[in-house]
Design a protein around this ligand. Sequence first.
Ligand SMILES: [Ca+2]
Ligand SMILES: [Ca+2]
Ligand SMILES: [Ca+2]
Length: 154
Amino acid sequence: MITIVENFEDTNYNVVITGAWARTSARAYAGSWSYSNNDISDNGIADAVVQVPAGAGTMQFRYSVSSEATYDVLRVLLDGSVQVLETSGEVAWTLSSVIDVMGRSTVVFRFSKDSSQSAGADAAFIDNLTFTVETPPFAPPPAPRTAVHRASRW
Ligand SMILES: [Ca+2]
Ligand SMILES: [Ca+2]
Ligand SMILES: [Ca+2]
């Protein structure tokens, strides 16, 4: 089994992440950096879209939130629609459950705000984003055929 961990301590990411989040040193579970939404206004949405690594079976991560409870929310969505986490308010660093991502293409970390008010840091944070890959993502190449040297018959 292979474990892929992204700790956000540098800009060299071990997973493919796009969207409106970025590294921040505002808080971290481990080291000095985590990953957090860009600032958004009321009614705004900031997504981080993570490509599920080929062959990944499970995902787990640390998260923290500082937001207006109930209204400004961190959600985690598989393939953009299957919700596996929803949280808001003042949330100290927490280990997520082990999430089954077998066969999924993306994981979206979404921080969204309702129509008014903010609280705390007005942000969500993730750190130590971890995938387990149960089997090698690619079939090993076929063993090279060794040339058979036949003794000359004459
Ligand atoms: Ca970190
Ligand atoms: Ca890294
Ligand atoms: Ca709000």
